[in-house]
Design a protein around this ligand. Structure first.
Ligand SMILES: NC(=O)c1ccc[n+]([C@@H]2O[C@H](COP(=O)([O-])OP(=O)(O)OC[C@H]3O[C@@H](n4cnc5c(N)ncnc54)[C@H](OP(=O)(O)O)[C@@H]3O)[C@@H](O)[C@H]2O)c1
Length: 255
């Protein structure tokens, strides 16, 4: 997922080998400790968690559309994070008028720290998910979804997401153990939310599923300024993705 050619090759294989596709869960994600870039020059968290994930969704969308339809829609689920809901406007305000916000947010001077950039990557993913959920190809003229598009936050789960955070002090270990006992779920418990997300109906279109309920997207998704920023970022993402794979153009425009 940190190499666009791999994403394209994987999607091509799925599209060629699998006759019908009824559910896609886009799970890959990482939280980096420091700023680093991919071969293609993007900050790695933004490429893996946001751009590649969205590109893969768009490359698989035609197969989901042809496998389902309004009577029995297929499901497209983005594994997001509740951290997207708490990104503060002051963290991103400087990019509102940036000629290329996506690139600017990828630069070293924009690095918000591991957790900060992780949350930002998931916020941008929420923008993409919400836009894909309203594409003319995804929603029929009657308003019924041809594909149910939503996101999931699995909650705090015991996984390898923090794999780069290894040099922990004794105090950190004790605190982590207490938090672990009190609130961290097993990966299996988190994964059940993935499964329940892909059994949701049309009421879940464009929404985040968390703790067995829909939650709002937070200030940077729901406010007027957040929506404006989301529009801008989505347009930029579309330009980037079309330059990587022009064949996604019809998926973005056709009804
Ligand atoms: N754990 C939590 O508390 C939590 C909370 C909210 C959301 N999430 C989200 O849940 C999803 C799964 O994460 P996790 O918690 O299960 O963490 P994890 O154990 O680290 O799993 C991450 C998964 O993403 C894959 N991945 C990472 N970088 C990749 C890359 N460049 N290309 C392809 N695959 C890559 C990993 O593959 P490899 O193992 O092969 O590297 C692994 O399968 C992520 O999207 C994460 O943001 C997790």
């Amino acid at each position: 997922m940190d190499d666009f050619s791999n994403v394209k090759a994987f999607a091509e294989k799925v599209n060629a080998d699998i006759p019908e596709l009824h559910a896609v869960i886009l799970n890959a994600g990482l939280m980096n400790r420091g700023w680093s870039t991919t071969r293609e020059g993007w900050e790695q968290t933004l490429q893996v968690n946001t751009i590649s994930t969205t590109l893969l969704a768009l490359l698989l969308l035609p197969k989901l559309l042809s496998s389902g339809g309004p009577k029995n829609p297929a499901h497209l689920n983005f594994i997001s994070s509740g951290t997207a809901r708490v990104v503060k406007p002051e963290k991103v305000r400087q990019f509102y008028d940036s000629p290329n916000a996506l690139q600017a947010m990828s630069s070293e001077k924009a690095w918000l720290g591991g957790m900060g950039h992780y949350a930002l990557s998931k916020l941008l993913l929420e923008y993409a998910m919400r836009h894909i959920a309203t594409l003319p190809s995804v929603v029929s003229a009657s308003g019924e979804p041809n594909v149910i598009v939503n996101s999931t936050c699995p909650g705090l789960c015991k996984t390898d997401l923090g794999r780069q955070y290894t040099d922990k002090s004794m105090l950190f270990r004790i605190l982590a153990w207490i938090v672990g006992v009190l609130i961290i779920r097993s990966a299996e418990a988190g994964s059940r939310l993935y499964v329940s997300a892909i059994t949701r109906g049309k009421a879940s279109q464009g929404k985040m599923w968390k703790d067995d309920r829909y939650v709002d997207g937070g200030e940077m998704v729901e406010s007027a300024q957040g929506k404006r920023f989301g529009e801008k970022v989505w347009k930029e993402m579309v330009d980037v993705m079309e330059s990587i794979e022009p064949r996604i153009r019809p998926t973005l425009s056709e009804s």
